[in-house]
Write a protein that binds this ligand. Sequence first.
Ligand code: TRH
Length: 404
Amino acid sequence: MLSRPSALPVSPSPPLPPLPRVSTTAGGADWDVFCRIIDNFGDIGVCWRLARQLASEHHLRVRLWVDELATFRLLCPQVDPTRAVQELQGIEVRLWEKRLPAVTPAAVVVETFACRIPEPFVERMAKRSPRPVWINLDYLSAEAWVPTCHTLPSPQPQLPLEKFFFFPGFTADTGGLLRERDLLERRRQFVDNAGMHDAFWRRTGFTRPPVGHLLVSLFAYDNAVIGDLLAIWADAGVPLCCLAPLSQTLPAIRRFAGRALEAGDTFRRGTLEVRVLPFLRQEHYDQLLWLCDVNFIRGEDSFVRAQWAARPLVWHIYPQQEGVHIGKLDAFLAIYCADLPAASALALRQFWHAWNVGRIETSVWQALAANLPTLREHAIRWQDGLAQQDDLSRRLVNFAGSKL
Ligand code: TRH
């Protein structure tokens, strides 16, 4: 069971005062988006990104319900965890409490990751005229069954409502991937602008890494082989700067360093330099991915962002019972490696498996490192291919529009 943000070494916030009650805008919302933060950041990472796109690119009045504001604030420091209703970047953010206020459901209601909207709200949806379009935004997967289930309706036995299942994916016959309209242009501008790089390093409390260092970002779940990999990098004889934002990797990094490291600290051994970064706001995390030569990412949202960064990536997939996640890992490797030269595909497969099953040999890292030039070109081609497709928010708006 993965540990929640409270495990992260973040300064304890003062006890929360009672929540003020304020009424909503009379006009209500066009879209309701429900987000339950199970564990980690992916749920809110995806929902906050979607809500902003629906508002800024599709000019919709969005009401985002979140059951845990403290975690939300880590990704978006403007969030005020003491407020039950607040306006953020044109979005009405509401604390999802046990009893929801009696608001009128929006024309489109998005339940994310099967977070189960409270019954009373669903009953109000059934009484609303016209009835809302009810969509469950599901988890991302590259598995072959996804296109066959995408947009399938599921009639609700007790209520005159249908819920549609909307699956993100990598192909035209799925829901696609979240990609802000200006994302690739923002990346292009950042990558070519040394001043913006310096601003990034200053913001993280570091100077620019020495030229010639391989820059590797490290965001993963707690993983028994983190120490082994750091040791391999320390003895590799190739200068490598590992940039680790605060996450579940920190305990293993501390064990390797043999001392307590905090955000802002640097640790060196052999040819390895480890920098512990603060947990970055979402748009700054993108910049880290754009700056690095290899990105270790996890879960769902950072996995997608690393693909838009067009750099070689290593995916630590969300562990599931009975190794189900390895099937999902292989499903993605099958499409990602399809046009890769055999040697590079083998190196990538072997390293991703080693990283996810927890056994890393020096030779497996050396093979991946030797294939980085090819993997770099491939990452650019892969991103180009994905960018030819409409993004998820566009497909979701079109789908909902077809049901309204
Ligand atoms: O945090 P995650 O492990 O979330 C997981 C996954 O989404 C998984 O699929 C889901 O089942 C589980 O939650 C419930 O990984 P993910 O999806 O990459 O989300 C991390 C978010 O945190 C992403 O939006 C990027 C953001 N982030 C920052 O904003 N700043 C940072 O410094 C870092 C490291 C991440």
